[in-house]
Design a binder for this molecule. Structure first.
Ligand SMILES: [Zn+2]
Length: 269
């Protein structure tokens, strides 16, 4: 699944569509996680995109009177093609057509979504989301206060989009390793100084991944539109029984909340 850094990189790649006018929108297949609104082309054709930004893993295209919310789901990609290129790929669901080029949404597994709304902040997909991990709102005091009433473990807690958005399974393991926090600990036992480590390491790791994303932008946005993970150096994730980068211990793998967790029980003990 594309995580926040991949979505951020997609955003940077499509920023050039700001200030451009959508001539029309073709929906080839409306069957996504939610059925795509039939009126989408009627609502947005001839309208200018004022701005494109990201909220959690949603890409928001802002028009004067509407907003288009695009989610890439598990396997969705956006690719840019010349307008005159007249070939389709399997699983192309939608096309935003501009004067010179077009932006194509492809999604083989169909867990993504495309919605049109009057106010994205009030949209059901977005209204209950927690703060952005790279924003100042995600700070130690916020986290420390928020964990007090939690009954779950810290890994599950930071992966819950209501607490903070955009921290997926890979990054959660890496953030807790770098913070020397055992993923099995109850969130409410995390200290104020550990909250400081978790929030600052979240920012460091996500920024690192976004930076790597920037350097691989060309590949990412090739005609293939591949949505693979950026190759940041992973210290624990997917390294079961390999030697820890900080000590001689071997990395453990467990399942928490149906997801794989990786950690060093010495460094994170
Ligand atoms: Zn270790």
């Amino acid at each position: 699944m594309p995580e926040l850094p991949e979505v951020e990189t997609t955003l940077r790649a499509i920023k050039s569509f700001e200030e451009k006018i959508v001539e029309s929108i073709s929906i080839h297949n409306p069957n996504l996680r939610w059925l795509v609104d039939k009126d989408i082309s009627q609502k947005l054709s001839g309208k200018k995109i004022n701005q494109i930004f990201r909220r959690a893993k949603y890409l928001i295209f802002d028009f004067d009177d509407y907003q288009l919310i695009v989610h890439l789901g598990m396997s969705g990609t956006l690719r840019i093609m010349n307008r005159k290129d007249n070939f389709f790929k399997k699983h192309d669901h939608a096309e935003l057509i501009f004067e010179d080029n077009k932006l194509i949404y492809n999604d083989p597994r169909r867990f993504g979504s495309i919605h049109v709304t009057k106010s994205y902040k009030d949209h059901f997909l977005i209204s209950s989301l927690g703060p952005e991990p790279l924003s100042r709102s995600f700070c130690k005091d916020y986290l420390f206060k928020k964990i007090q009433n939690s009954k779950t473990n810290i890994k599950n807690f930071i992966m819950n989009q209501k607490n903070v958005v955009g921290i997926g399974n890979i990054y959660a393991s890496e953030i807790l390793f770098r913070s020397s926090v055992d993923p099995r600990r109850l969130a409410q036992t995390i200290s104020n100084s550990e909250c400081n480590l978790i929030t600052s390491n979240s920012k460091i790791i996500l920024k690192e991944a976004i930076k790597v994303g920037g350097t691989t932008l060309k590949d990412f946005f090739s005609a293939e539109g591949s949505a693979g993970y950026f190759k940041i150096q992973l210290n624990v994730y997917d390294r079961e029984n390999e030697v820890c980068v900080n000590c001689e211990n071997l990395i453990s793998k467990i399942t928490q909340n149906q997801r794989a967790s990786y950690f060093c029980n010495i460094c994170q003990g």
